[in-house]
Design a protein around this ligand. Sequence first.
Ligand code: FES
Length: 258
Amino acid sequence: VGHGAMTGSVAAQPVAPGDAVIGELVVRIWRGGEDGRFETYRVPHRASQTVLDVVTYVQRAIDPTLSYRFACRVGVCGSCAMTVNGEPRWTCRTHVSRYSADGRLEIAPLRNLPVIKDLAAEMVPFFDKWAAAKGRFTPSASAKEPLAQVKPESAGRQAVDAGIECIGCAVCYAACDTVAWQPDYLGPAALNRAWTLVNDVRDGDRRGHLAAVAGDAGCHACHSHQSCTNYCPVGLNPTRSIAGLKRALFKAALRGEL
Ligand code: FES
């Protein structure tokens, strides 16, 4: 996946000094593959516990065969996303006390992706769509030429800045009903990536990027429900990026560029 992520790691369960047990959580966790089922575990509830802490506790203290994925634990790598009480979340930054008022949690793999095992979703279809959306930078200059200078206040730079911090967690992809209805839809993250490249003045294939998102599975399939924007853990707005692609395609078609 490119995160250096691990599945079912034995990294230490962080318990801060004084982070006392304040109750008990009843946790339903998806076990097995697509045809799996929920199993219930009882986990000590601590004051600043995250959902990832809960999953780690179950693996370390109850069932070491539980599989899940994480790496950084600080909201950077994007590998720990799961479905928590029916909603896609980055679990290392999701505090139990905020999402479970009644001490109950249900944790499942991300929606819209195949299940490998337990809480580990198969990410290949997600990143294949980044490739299909031509989400790879195409340099317009050789390494021998001087570094391009892009003014921070330029419209293109600002459009790139607004979308560039994607951590590839697939929360938006799991939240997207259009992906659920139309499995070949490229999805919010891949289209957001395409928008950053369309606006990158250093990229040498703007037309290629636009052509890659112009088909039936591209930006026009978006219904602007904004679930991606509502759930993006780092506050990006893929809906706005997709709307930008629609406008750019319209202008390119009027100019006869596509
Ligand atoms: Fe890296 Fe959660 S473990 S973002």
